[in-house]
Design a protein. Structure first.
Length: 141
């Protein structure tokens, strides 16, 4: 049986603030994405081929969101954001990222490991209890 990873207490940020920062963190050429309650978002490169983006996002977050000890789901990378404050944490799910705000960190000068662990914990929460809070679709011309 897979063992769930323990995670620290995740402080929630307001949905409007989260959406604001996530929008600024995504390259504008990617207009099709889905945002979950704890800050995990999935970018779809070929969304025109996907009829129900919500269903596709839920399938991916359930598969690649949860973290299990000793598996690839524990891996992460941290990227500093240029257009807004904070970081994005990526994992083993392609096109899946989690926004981490500096206001969620306990330290004024957090290290990469702490940022990555918090982002991974937030992704785990979204994977185990996925709640979509925003769907962004490219406007058809």
């Amino acid at each position: 049986m897979k063992q769930k990873a323990d995670h620290q207490k995740v402080q929630e940020i307001a949905e409007t603030e989260l959406l604001y920062h996530v929008r600024l963190s995504i390259n504008p050429k990617f207009q099709d994405w889905v945002l979950f309650k704890n800050g995990t978002y999935i970018i779809f490169e070929h969304a025109e081929e996907i009829r129900h983006l919500e269903s596709a996002a839920l399938k991916l977050i359930k598969e690649f969101g949860p973290v299990y000890i000793g598996e690839r789901s524990e891996d992460f990378d941290v990227t500093d954001l240029k257009n807004t404050e904070g970081w994005i944490v990526s994992g083993h799910g392609y096109g899946m990222y989690t926004y981490v705000s500096p206001h969620e960190m306990k330290s004024q000068t957090p290290n990469i490991a702490d940022i990555g662990l918090l982002g991974r914990d937030k992704r785990d929460l979204d994977g185990r209890n996925p709640v979509i809070i925003h769907l962004n679709r490219k406007v058809k011309e």
